[in-house]
Design a protein around this ligand. Structure first.
Ligand code: HMG
Length: 384
């Protein structure tokens, strides 16, 4: 039985900052941010947004009444509660059926991949059911930190089913885990701590080690792939891993892989790091901006600091162009408004506190955090 991704939705907040303006505000040469790091814009979530509201926005785009959903998993490292799962909040907002398993998975940027793998197993045992896997995160390092230029926010929702119409999982996968201190966010902090350059090094080492294992386990070389997609914390990062393959292939093949990589980073360049959704935003970007072909095999590199890495392959399905709503996804990116660096800094400084509420009239999204009352987060869906 073929199992894989049948539908994909994407959401990112409607405000963004310009990276050149950020560089100027931080007294940095703009080329460092636009060329050295490779970012152009950065999505800024509003006070009423979090991993719940963004997950709802992305999932709302792909859920239909006839989906027989039995499992909902949210991968996130910017959860809103130490106990209640983001997925539980979604049941009301999205009118999900009662007889589902709904929970949250955390392992940095690896969470959504863990969710997809679990979903694959679930569908294998329950072929008539579907599993909704959502990656939803706000990436935050803090004002004037080295990581600030790599922040971002957004969500990717994926429906996993049998006979998938976008991608099939090939069941060729290698994975590894090591206790590494490259990046972490303690429960008391809303911003992450990173050993930036060390994290880059660990990312590349994980890729190299997994690639060696993948080749041995599945008897394949670079020439078996036209496309390799990477977790994209910032758009230069995946290229550092791809470049390690230069000596293993001829110039034409490397040029093809690089060209496909460029198509995969277009959207991340405009959004920033989605943490666990970043690899899947890269996938969406490649499917929309590249030259993907039915039957094409893609190697996916998922990396979550801390650290877990997985390399696995998928195959593009014949109907993918008809099913992926490219126009809707492009609209999400294009219908955004630029805000100034000082507006962003104000938003950054103000989280909704216990006792605070939001007026409907200040909201320009479908789902929002309406109020925090007795320390409980209460959400609302606006009928647009
Ligand atoms: P930094 O110290 O600001 O930057 O940190 P740098 O000095 O290393 O410079 C960056 C690049 O810009 C360098 O190029 C410079 O040469 C170049 P590279 O050597 O990398 O090719 N540069 C210039 N280029 C053009 N014109 C100029 C110029 N000046 C310098 N004038 C760093 C950068 C990414 C480390 C920082 O932003 C950071 O700490 N980010 C957060 C951590 C991160 O994203 N790590 C990525 C790997 S870990 C991961 O992916 C997991 C993660 O997503 C978390 C999770 O799993 O949950 C982060």
């Amino acid at each position: 039985m073929d199992i894989g991704i049948d539908k994909i939705g994407f959401y990112t907040p409607k405000k963004y900052i310009d990276i050149v303006e950020l560089a100027k505000a931080r007294n940095v040469d703009p080329d460092k941010f636009t060329i050295g790091i490779g970012q152009s814009k950065q999505s800024v979530p509003m006070q009423y947004q979090d991993s719940v509201t963004m997950a709802a926005e992305a999932a709302d785009q792909i859920i239909s009444d006839d989906d027989n959903i039995g499992l909902v998993i949210v991968g996130t490292e910017s959860s809103v509660d130490e106990s209640k799962a983001v997925a539980a909040f979604l049941t009301d907002l999205l009118n999900l059926p009662k007889n589902i398993r709904a929970f949250e998975i955390k392992e940095a940027c690896y969470g959504a991949t863990a969710g997809l793998k679990m979903a694959e197993g679930y569908v294998a045992l329950n072929p008539d059911k579907k599993a909704l896997v959502i990656a939803s995160d706000i990436a935050r390092y803090g004002i004037n930190t080295p990581g600030e230029v790599t922040q971002g926010a957004g969500s990717v929702a994926m429906m996993v089913s049998q006979n998938p119409r976008i991608l099939k999982f090939d069941h060729e996968e290698v994975y590894m885990t090591k206790n590494v201190g490259d990046f972490w966010r303690p429960t008391f902090s809303k911003t992450a701590f990173a050993r930036g350059k060390f994290s880059n090094q660990v990312y590349v080492e994980f890729f190299s080690e997994l690639w060696k294992k993948y080749q041995t386990d599945f008897n394949q070389t670079v020439n078996n792939f036209d496309t390799m997609l990477f977790h994209i914390p910032y758009t230069k990062m995946g290229m550092k891993a791809l470049k390690t393959l230069k000596d293993e292939t001829d110039l034409d093949k490397f040029a093809e892989l690089s060209e496909h990589y460029q198509a995969s980073i277009k959207m991340s360049r405009e959004v920033g790091n989605l943490y666990t959704g970043s690899l899947y935003l890269g996938l969406i970007s490649y499917l929309i901006n590249g030259d993907p072909k039915p039957g094409e095999k893609i190697l996916m590199f998922s990396y979550g600091s801390g650290a877990v890495g997985e390399l696995y392959s998928v195959t593009i399905q014949p109907e993918f162009r008809r099913i992926l709503d490219s126009e809707k996804i492009k609209k999400v990116l294009n219908n955004r408004e630029k805000i100034s660096i000082s507006e962003y800094e104000n938003i950054f400084a103000k989280d909704l506190q216990n006792g605070d509420s939001i007026n409907d009239s200040d909201v320009f999204d479908k789902f929002y955090l309406r109020e925090i009352k007795e320390s409980e987060r209460l959400y609302k869906k606006i009928k647009l």
